[in-house]
Design a protein around this ligand. Structure first.
Ligand SMILES: NC(=O)c1ccc[n+]([C@@H]2O[C@H](COP(=O)([O-])OP(=O)(O)OC[C@H]3O[C@@H](n4cnc5c(N)ncnc54)[C@H](OP(=O)(O)O)[C@@H]3O)[C@@H](O)[C@H]2O)c1
Length: 319
């Protein structure tokens, strides 16, 4: 009889211990899921990011700080690219936009290394192209190797395309390894984002799209900003072949005269006041310098409205 009671007690204790272990495991996995959800939720429910006009930076949803104005390097290659980057860095520019497709990551990296400016003071964006999406790890490794600056501040998918989710997930892995700090998208609009975002873990920190006074993306910009994603504009002056029309636009010229600045500066300032980061392209040291001098004047609401009225939904490139 005593033996039977002893066995019963042992069985009861064993059941209690097993029960406790199962409970603990459930709690742990629930906590894990919750933390993961928090990560996604914190990122996705953020309000528009504030631009700090004192530091001339914005803090991204990844926690990293990015300058509000930079230099774009599309169509700048070889020595022209190298010299433009050196010139930009000497003018105080600390944000550089490049891409695999621009065929100049090596020159950008070399200029940064030669500049003597501490690496962590410079923010470099590069992009991988849809033709690379089927082997994204190789593409990312290539960008790291070509730039040769230790880590990449921001990597974007250059366009939507086959395997873009796979490529984004590869970038997410590199974020976890610390080799890429922040990730984002380029040429994604509302429809594409609606489809893409539910399939990924890390909310994009940045979306880079065509934006200029003739193509303003009036619906896309607030949609993206309200997700806590920073918006960046390409072709701020309309892109090569279109700059003269835009820089000589009557309304822009009138506003620039009122502030004693150039048309280029008015357009860049208009972007900043809409919460859009600017990356004008230039190989002209005077233009590069001029494009940084956009913090000492402010456009009025009326001037902002006048520029908004210039919108023609006129895209200057196919994507
Ligand atoms: N994600 C994408 O799909 C995508 C697509 C296109 C471009 N982008 C990025 O966006 C950047 C900007 O676009 P972009 O460079 O092609 O076009 P942009 O910035 O609209 O225009 C560049 C042109 O403007 C001139 N310019 C620059 N500053 C000026 C100033 N202060 N006064 C007068 N003219 C001035 C430049 O000539 P000078 O050299 O003589 O100054 C150049 O010819 C690119 O460099 C690239 O990084 C991204």
């Amino acid at each position: 009889m005593e033996k039977k009671i002893l066995v019963l007690i042992i069985v009861i204790i064993a059941i209690i211990i097993i029960g406790c272990l199962i409970y603990q495991n459930n709690i742990k996995s629930e906590m894990g899921n919750e933390m993961k959800m928090q990560n996604i939720i914190t990122n996705s429910n953020n309000s528009p990011k504030e631009f700090n006009f004192e530091t001339k930076t914005v803090t991204l949803n990844s926690g990293y700080e990015m300058p509000l104005n930079g230099i774009g390097t599309y169509s700048l290659t070889g020595d022209i690219c190298y010299d433009s980057i050196i010139s930009a860095l000497n003018s105080g520019v600390r944000l550089i936009d490049t891409a695999y497709m621009y065929n100049n990551e090596e020159e950008v990296g070399r200029a940064i290394r030669d500049s003597g400016i501490p690496r962590e003071e410079i923010f470099v964006i590069t992009k991988i192209y849809p033709s690379q999406f089927d082997n994204p790890e190789e593409a990312i490794e290539m960008a790291l190797r070509k730039l040769d600056i230790g880590y990449i501040d921001m990597m974007l998918l250059h366009h939507p395309g086959t395997n873009d989710v796979k490529a984004y997930k590869a970038m997410e892995k590199y974020v976890q390894q610390g080799k890429i700090h922040s990730i984002g998208l380029s040429n994604w609009y509302i429809e594409e984002l609606e489809e893409f975002l539910p399939q990924i873990e890390i909310m994009p920190a940045l979306v880079q799209n065509e934006i200029h006074p003739y193509y303003q993306e009036l619906d896309v910009v607030p949609y993206i900003q309200n997700k806590g994603i920073v918006m960046q504009g390409w072709y701020p002056f309309g892109g090569r072949g279109y700059t003269s029309e835009l820089l000589n636009d009557e309304t822009i010229v009138e506003i620039s005269n009122a502030h004693n600045v150039t048309s280029a500066q008015v357009i860049l300032r208009w972007n900043l006041q809409r919460g859009i980061v600017v990356i004008p392209g230039s190989s002209n040291p005077e233009h590069i310098k001029e494009n940084t001098q956009i913090y000492d004047f402010e456009l009025t609401d009326e001037e902002m409205k006048k520029i908004e009225e210039l919108n023609r939904n006129e895209k200057h490139d196919w994507y």
